[in-house]
Unconditional design. Structure first.
Lengths: 113, 115
């Protein structure tokens, strides 16, 4: 069974640019969540998508957005990049039951210069 | 609001000795608790979870965790540490306020196992 795939693994962008990250969940999983990991703030929840609908959102500015496609693949977009957006972005794939664990991809390391 | 706390930034242990990584939780209702491990420049790897039932939960790679409701703790343990266990460990709780898949993580504990 294939795991969670995130692409690309590494990105370097300039301030003011925008970026799109991709996540393919485990086959059969309809829930995809995104997290930002930084040394200062730790792991913070960005948003969760289920069946193409955002059903939960963390405390991030509107520059952070996402979507989910009918095949459950998800993308997140960050517009007008700031230096503080440099982070490891992690995608998690989950089954529907709340007692199931989330499976994480290897992450996308975004560096904003 | 659901939260977890990991009081130690770092735990040092010699190879072969038992290890404990501490986690306490604060939730309304029954907690769904998880432990994850992260190796450098990698994602999070699931170790074990507590949902209900036995207070001692066994997981991957010889790890186990003890759920203690009276002390609101969920400490991760291993009887004999390996150098390869050196990594960053996160405790997490499912955010039951929303009823969805959001996890709330602790700040992480770095485990260093010396040869």
């Amino acid at each position: 069974k294939a795991g969670v795939t995130q692409t690309p693994r590494y990105l370097i962008k300039t301030r003011g640019q925008q970026v799109t990250l991709s996540c393919s969940p485990i086959s059969g999983h309809r829930s995809v969540s995104w997290y930002q990991q930084t040394p200062g703030q730790g792991l913070q929840f960005l948003f969760e998508y289920f069946s193409e609908t955002q059903r939960n959102k963390g405390n991030f500015p509107g520059r952070f957005s996402g979507r989910q496609f009918s095949n459950s693949r998800s993308e997140m977009n960050v517009s007008t990049l700031e230096l503080g957006d440099s982070a490891l972005y992690l995608c998690a794939s989950s089954g529907e039951a709340l007692n199931t664990e989330a499976f994480f991809g290897q992450g996308t390391r975004l560096t904003v210069v | 609001a659901q939260s977890v706390a990991q009081p130690e930034d770092q735990v040092n242990v010699a190879e072969g000795n038992p290890l404990t990584v501490k986690c306490t939780y604060s939730v309304s209702g029954n907690p769904y608790l998880f432990w994850y491990v992260q190796y450098p420049n990698r994602g999070l790897q699931f170790l074990l979870k507590y949902i209900t039932g036995d207070n001692l939960v066994k997981g991957s790679y010889g790890f186990e965790a003890e759920f203690n409701k009276s002390q609101t703790s969920f400490h991760l343990k291993k009887p004999s540490a390996l150098v390869s266990d050196s990594a960053l460990y996160f405790c997490a709780v499912r955010d039951m306020d929303t009823g969805f898949q959001k996890l709330v993580f602790g700040t992480g504990t770095r485990l260093l196992v010396s040869p």
